[in-house]
Write a protein of this length. Structure first.
Length: 271
């Protein structure tokens, strides 16, 4: 299969702001790539047979979505899988079990995978892990709990996941149990303002206006020289966010893009 066509199909499925039927994907991809629908249909069939895309059924219609019913590697060390599937991790690897559900964060969205890659980077380069006080992590807008769980498995001793959605809180709690991390990871619906702890690592995959608004609060809740990972926004918002966070003592140490999505890693420079 032509690699470009595969990417166009993936991007169409991932970027859609609603579920798309196979027919809608075929039509959109054929139009975008200037290819006949029959070729696109065959390419989709191939991706489904390899387990990379899958069908979901809802209210009598079928939709085409990224398939996460098998282990999927999302960063150098992190693999996400459904709890019922076995996977033998490489030494040093991290396997995160995420049960199917309604909350955001099964790993399919670029904003989640960018945040996971950033966590992998930050926590493999953080020499404080073994030498000083145990790291404390915050996952703001935890969804399924995927980032909070990954943080704990990458060495953060104490992690808090916050979310405003009760469904997300319940699913995150279930995933934390499935990963045997109830001693290490807590999830709550409380407001960050009410949390007394400060954190050495904060990750937030949230919409741009929320990220912008949270700059002073993240700064207040950040330990000296802590690391902040921001995901969930597009390239057009990147410069503005960098400026907003630099006013609060942060500077960018890493920037990565996937499709139009951007993920920033910032370090706190307050004295
Ligand atoms: C894009 S999802 C990210 C989920 C997961 N962390 C991931 O990276 O895949 C954003 C989550 O943040 C939650 N959320 C939105 N605004 C929030 C806020 N102000 N405080 C806490 N959680 C929020 C939503 O309910 C949703 O579960």
């Amino acid at each position: 299969m032509i690699q470009d066509l595969k990417h166009i199909i993936y991007n169409t499925v991932i970027e859609a702001n609603r579920k798309m039927t196979p027919g809608e994907v075929e039509k959109a991809v054929a139009g975008a790539a200037g290819i006949d629908r029959k070729t696109v249909k065959l390419a989709i069939k191939d991706l489904v047979s390899r387990g990379e895309l899958g069908y979901t059924y809802l209210y009598g219609a079928s939709f085409l979505e990224m398939s996460f019913d098998r282990p999927v590697r999302l960063s150098k060390r992190i693999v996400i899988k459904p709890p019922e599937r076995a996977y033998q991790s490489q030494p040093g690897g991290v396997v995160v079990d995420i049960a199917g559900g309604a909350a955001f964060g099964n790993g399919a969205h670029p904003t989640t995978s960018l945040a996971l890659k950033a966590l992998d980077f930050v926590l493999s380069n953080n020499r404080r892990t073994e030498t000083t006080a145990p790291l404390k992590g915050l996952d703001m807008g935890t969804g399924t709990g995927v980032l909070a769980i990954a943080m704990a498995k990458l060495g953060v001793r104490e992690v808090l996941g916050l979310d405003i959605d009760p469904c997300a809180i319940s699913e995150a709690a279930n995933n934390i149990r499935l990963n045997d991390l109830t001693e290490q990871v807590a999830v709550s619906g409380m407001a960050l303002e009410q949390v007394r702890t400060c954190f050495s690592v904060i990750v937030a995959n949230l919409a741009y206006p929320t990220l912008r608004r949270l700059a002073p609060l993240f700064s207040a809740k950040m330990e000296k020289a802590g690391v902040l990972i921001l995901s969930g926004f597009k390239g057009s918002a990147s410069k503005d966010l960098m400026e907003a966070y630099s006013e609060h003592g942060f500077s960018v140490i890493r920037e990565e893009m996937d499709l139009q999505w951007v993920c920033l890693v910032l370090r706190d420079h307050q004295t």
